[in-house]
Design a protein around this ligand. Structure first.
Ligand SMILES: N[C@@H](CCC(=O)N[C@@H](CS)C(=O)NCC(=O)O)C(=O)O
Length: 91
């Protein structure tokens, strides 16, 4: 199941959540306390997103960033039967 790290006021998080719903993929939200600066910590940059941003989409422990890329990749995925709905930038 996908885990979407972000927060509800984030338009970039919303884009990915919208896509997951549209593709009928099971997912769960993981709240990131953006307003209190979590994404600007060294820990966040080291463990989640070196850019210091949300959203981060997690699948089986693999982290994906950049909402537009995941949306674009999914829109060009030829079949819903693919192993993964999202293409991974690092594989
Ligand atoms: N290109 C990134 C942009 C993500 C982005 O800008 N997210 C905002 C929240 S909606 C953020 O984390 N900004 C970091 C900051 O303002 O410190 C994407 O599409 O995922």
């Amino acid at each position: 199941m996908y885990k979407l790290h972000g927060f509800s006021q984030s338009g970039n998080t919303f884009k990915v959540a919208f896509l997951l719903r549209a593709l009928q993929q099971p997912w769960e939200p993981v709240f990131v306390d953006f307003m209190n600066g979590v994404t600007r910590t060294e820990a966040w940059r080291a463990q989640s997103n070196a850019m210091g941003e949300v959203p981060v989409l997690e699948e089986d422990g693999h982290l994906m960033t950049q909402s537009a890329l995941s949306s674009g990749a999914a829109s060009t995925t030829p079949s819903a039967s693919s192993t993964s709905t999202f293409h991974r930038a690092s594989s």
